[in-house]
Design a protein around this ligand. Structure first.
Ligand code: NAD
Ligand code: UFG
Length: 335
């Protein structure tokens, strides 16, 4: 089976590329390198012995996309490519709708033109909005109370995929709703690029540990949680990558939706303590006010993925912290 990974040099895409190659899949990667580096391909080769065919292309460049598909012979697309900085999406909504939604429409048109009718899409727990409960299941209504354009793009793309599946009975789409990916490959060669500037907890913890940021701002300690800080379902990126392999093996016509999370919520302060324990150093932090749009606690109900995909997470927060610290060490040595 030949698989095209859009956004395959990025954080989640590169880990999935490794898992796929190790299981013998033939993969190609398409990325515009907006938020990743070409050297990731060498790192994938160091880990797996295989350097994937790479297309430097933008989803918005229709002639380039057409050429890749014309010569591709793909059986399946795993669609990671997208912009993901929540704060930036509030300031530049059109950029996010154009890139994420527009890019996906171009991709789907190319797939149709060249007879590729299977896609796995990187969605997010953000599509659930505020359900008023912490544990999230796939059949809940989505799209209500999403607080930023990034999250809206994920919801809109899910709806587009449902409509395409409605119109074409051969079409197979698996929507994977990721919870909070953390950690790195155990080799230390690939991980979340510390040069990226998102506003997520783990990359900020990484920057505080290297001294690039003075201290972590903990967004509120007055939530209704045991220590008052926000709680999320942090999933090791290698477990998440393996979720894609499981999804490929169980694809079927129509739309299938799965949460990829651990089923367990961890607080900000528990994450700080876990990092300190793994690194043997103190992580400076101060408590500040709540961040607008944040929920107190959410976590995945992963039952559907466990039963239908026969996939469960195996790695812990401790593994994620150890792998992150190892990755930071390797990253510093490479420089
Ligand atoms: P990433 O930024 O590391 O990877 C995305 C890749 O897509 C990058 O390499 C970027 O250069 C590429 N890209 C973006 N726009 C493109 C375009 N128009 N054409 C070609 N390439 C393009 O992000 P990631 O963390 O690996 O996330 C992968 C996917 O998972 C994204 O769709 C993201 O929204 C989704 N997701 C991520 C998280 C998370 O916390 N990391 C959570 C939920 C969902
Ligand atoms: N947090 C801090 N300080 C920081 C950053 C985060 O205290 O500097 C806290 C947040 O308040 C929250 C927790 O750490 O309680 C996690 O925050 P993240 O920003 O890392 O993650 P979110 O769950 O808020 O959101 C992320 C993505 C969303 C995505 C969601 C689920 O930004 O787009 O994960 O996948 F939808």
């Amino acid at each position: 089976m030949k698989i095209l990974l859009t956004g395959g040099t990025g954080y989640i895409g590169s880990h999935t590329a490794v898992e796929l190659i190790e299981r013998g899949y033939d993969i190609e990667i398409l990325d515009n390198l907006f938020n990743s580096k070409i050297t990731v391909l060498d790192d994938i080769e160091k880990i797996t012995g295989v350097k994937p065919v790479f297309h430097k292309a933008d989803l918005l460049d229709i002639p380039a996309m057409d050429e890749i598909f014309r010569n591709g012979g793909f059986d399946l697309v795993i669609h990671f490519a997208g912009l993901k900085a929540v704060g930036e999406s509030v300031e530049k909504p059109l950029k996010y709708y154009e890139n994420n939604v527009g890019g996906t429409i171009n991709l789907l048109k190319c797939m149709k033109k060249y007879g590729v009718d299977r896609i796995i899409f990187s969605s997010s727990a953000t599509v659930y909005g505020d359900q008023g409960v912490a544990e999230l299941t796939e059949e809940m209504q989505t799209g209500v109370g999403i607080t930023n354009p990034y999250g809206e793009t994920k919801h809109v793309i899910e709806e587009i995929l449902k409509d395409v599946a409605e119109a074409d009975e051969k079409f197979e789409a698996t929507i994977l709703r990721y919870f909070n990916p953390v950690g790195a490959h155990k080799s230390g060669l690939i991980g979340e690029d510390p040069n990226d500037i998102p506003n997520n907890l783990m990359p900020i913890i990484m920057k505080v540990s290297t001294g690039e940021i003075k201290e972590l701002s903990v967004y509120g300690n007055d939530y209704d949680t045991p220590d008052g800080t926000g709680m999320r379902d942090y999933i090791h990126v290698v477990d998440l990558a393996k979720g894609h392999v499981a999804a490929i093996e169980k694809m079927k016509p129509g739309i299938s939706i799965y949460n990829l999370g651990t089923g367990k919520a961890t607080s900000v302060l528990e994450m700080v303590t876990a990092f300190e324990k793994a690194s043997g150093t103190k992580l400076p932090y101060k408590v500040v006010g709540r961040r607008a749009g944040d929920l107190a606690k959410i976590f995945a109900n992963p039952k559907k993925a466990r039963e239908e995909l026969e996939w469960v997470t195996e790695l812990t927060i401790e593994d994620a912290m150890n792998d992150t610290i190892n990755y930071l060490k390797c990253f510093a040595e490479k420089k």
